[in-house]
Design a protein around this ligand. Structure first.
Ligand code: ADP
Length: 381
């Protein structure tokens, strides 16, 4: 009776261990330490093999048969070393070309199993798939490379221009010549404009870094949206002289106030970015409309839009333009920019509890819509 129980509980334990091994998402296999033949393996390990060696076909065969490139990858050497030394092996990252999935990446471990004399008789190996993590790291690395490539170009251009004008002013001063008023004005205006551009670019880079470490904060307080937009359009009209900027109100009179709880500087940053893009991506002498709508039937929100008559956005690019570093395929790459403005705009609008979207037809212009909540004046984020 006692023995029966022991045997039953031993069998039950064996069944549980087998079930556990079969269900594990990590491949587990046992190899003979001398021949490196596969003795047993769980389902996850078999899936890792090419179809011809799956369904237990690999059992009894050496690793060099069922693992293509085992020799080149250094796996065979690792098995031999563990068999000879009894020292466990931990791999960082092994690359394997897996049937149906292309290149995959695995963490590989080998542990010795010894007999009563301390001889290594078997090798226990585990293989865990880390492909998604490696691919995510690779994507981030690519984006970083691309960012540094574009950012360094974007920063160098204004610095070169500023330096050029500054050197010209210095040379004239050294030679004792004075520039005429118009030339002087042109040089100083360019220096100011490109310095502001540089400041904006550096600000965007800092914002990006803050988003990465979840430190992009907005400090909300009650502000009149109509007044903010009117002032912004007035100042932008001075720089965007080659376009006609219009301010359109819907559901509001020019003297009305529309109070929203916002971070004023951040909302100015968002709308400035939309206006700058509208100007940048549309022909000289065209109209850019900035609108503000208050709808009494939807009193909880305000709608801001920026509409241009520019190049528009191809339909296939529209779903991606708010992604970090994304630039549409129809963009003239000689136009400055590194695909960060809309990404930041969306982050900032979301932190206000609002949303941003684009409607566009390639070749026929774009309209960007920003919705902001109006009934949220109690809290600061
Ligand atoms: P940048 O303008 O620096 O490239 P943004 O993040 O501001 O970056 O915009 C991302 C992309 O969205 C742009 O590169 C462009 O392809 C597209 N885009 C944005 N605004 C407009 C617009 N008004 N008209 C056409 N395309 C636009």
């Amino acid at each position: 009776m006692h023995n029966d129980n022991q045997e039953n509980s031993g069998t039950y334990k064996y069944v549980l261990i087998e079930r556990m091994l079969e269900q594990m998402p990590v491949g587990v296999a046992l190899l003979d330490a001398q021949t490196l033949c596969l003795l047993t393996a769980n389902a996850a390990f078999h899936e890792f093999l090419i179809p011809a060696w799956q369904s237990e076909c690999a059992i009894g065969h050496p690793v060099t048969d069922w693992l293509p490139l085992a020799q080149e990858n250094g796996i065979v050497a690792a098995y031999r070393s563990v068999a000879a030394t009894g020292i466990a092996y931990r791999s960082g990252e092994f690359r394997f070309y897996t049937y149906g999935r292309g290149m995959t990446y695995w963490n590989w471990t080998i542990d010795p199993i010894c007999d009563s004399d301390g001889q290594v008789v078997q090798l226990l190996t585990t293989a865990s798939d880390i492909t998604p993590h490696v691919q995510a790291d690779q994507r981030i690395e690519q984006q970083k490379q691309e960012f540094f490539r574009i950012a360094s170009h974007e920063l160098l251009t204004p610095i070169t221009i500023i330096q050029g004008f500054a050197e010209m002013l210095e040379l004239q001063t050294c030679l004792g010549h004075s520039l005429d008023r118009a030339q002087n004005h042109e040089a100083v205006t360019a220096i100011i404009a490109y310095s502001e551009h540089l400041t904006r670019l550096i600000g965007e880079m800092l914002d990006l870094a803050h988003i990465q470490c979840d430190q992009l904060l907005v400090h909300r307080a009650p502000h009149d949206l109509r007044k903010i937009l009117a002032e912004l359009i007035e100042s932008q009209s001075i720089t965007a002289k080659q376009h006609r900027l219009h301010f359109v109100l819907q559901g509001l009179q020019p003297a009305d106030t529309l109070i929203a709880c916002i971070d004023k500087d951040r909302i100015v940053q968002v709308v400035s970015n939309l206006i700058n893009n509208a100007v940048k991506y549309s022909p000289i002498d065209s109209d850019v409309e900035v609108g503000l709508r208050y709808n009494r039937e939807q009193p909880a929100e305000a709608l801001i839009w920026v509409k241009d008559q520019g190049v528009g956005i191809p339909a296939r690019d529209t779903p991606h333009i708010f992604e970090r570093f994304y630039r549409a395929t129809n963009v003239d790459r000689s136009l400055g920019g590194f695909g960060v403005g809309l990404y930041l705009a969306r982050e900032l609008v979301m932190r206000h509890g609002g949303c941003i979207r684009a409607e566009s037809t390639e070749g026929a212009g774009s309209t960007f819509y920003v919705t902001l909540p109006l009934n949220n004046c109690q809290a600061d984020v």
